[in-house]
Design a protein around this ligand. Sequence first.
Ligand code: NAD
Length: 338
Amino acid sequence: MSKTVAVIKGDGIGPEIMDATLRVLEALECGLEYEEIEAGLGALEKHGTLIPQASLDAIAKHGVALKGPLTTPVGKGFSSINVQLRRHFDLYANVRPAISFPGTRSRYEDIDLITVRENTEGAYLAEGQSLSEDGETALATIKVTRSGSERIVRYAFELARSKGRKKVTAVHKANIIKSSSGLFLEVAREVAKDYPEIEFQEMIVDNACMQLVMNPHQFDVVVTTNLFGDILSDLCAGLVGGLGLAPGANIGKEAAIFEAVHGSAPDIAGQKLANPCALLLAAADMLDHLGMIDKGTKIRTAIRAVLERDRARVTPDMGGSGTTDTFADALVEYCQAG
Ligand code: NAD
């Protein structure tokens, strides 16, 4: 039976890069069906909500979604759809690969690491934030649980095992934030014992930042709590040349949502200048997740090959003079060539 994926085309450049991505998936003959669902500005106009219940139901039914970037309307009363989806489906793992591609402006070559960020607790709680009446004192709560730490660290080790990765580094600040970061580290040490074939390393977050900048090749899979993961994953995107080629996934028990890390880029929307690769790489990670590892690898190889050999057809952000469509044409030709 073929698998159906819920598809949110998104706002701004979303529909352009989603069409390009679906063309490449089609060329790879993945055998997937797609159900397009509503979310974002279009849904707000039509239904008065950024993400209608029917769309949530479709994601729940299919368990996998591919999502274009969504614009969060400016003004009070709108919480980001990404946050809503994360809460609704308890998407506890934010997974962001950082891979070097040819022709990108970056400090290093041959980087291939994955950050796994805990997505539901840590310092990013809505509750437990307060400001005293005189405006003098602000308080924020950090919540780390044993079960939350265990599921994220176990996810990182399982990911490492499934992808043949050699090392998992737990990043923490247990020397100073002894309670919450200490608990995360204690659990990470316990979980690591179940994966003796994978090297376990622990590193304090400030040192991890320096090590990532000076010697990133020592890292393989990095697992950490919410706030540190937010910062480190952008640092890693910077190591490989920014957001143009940065995919992300939000994974829970019931659903997994794959997307580009960048936003809806209103400044270039409708001009066919958008680079489709971040969303395509997200689609590659989705294929891995669905067990189609060969097809996921094929997408990454195709992007590498086109960036190396066919630069005239790639988009201007990658130094080419092409459009979203010519970039997609080149990728489709590569995939169809076998
Ligand atoms: P952005 O990522 O949309 O754009 C930043 C810059 O990068 C712009 O100059 C843009 O032209 C360029 N850019 C982004 N993606 C590109 C691509 N694929 N190809 C070529 N150039 C690209 O960030 P922003 O301008 O801060 O945000 C715009 C909107 O997107 C906001 O409403 C924001 O809330 C939303 N947003 C959504 C997501 C998401 O849905 N995951 C993520 C970030 C921002």
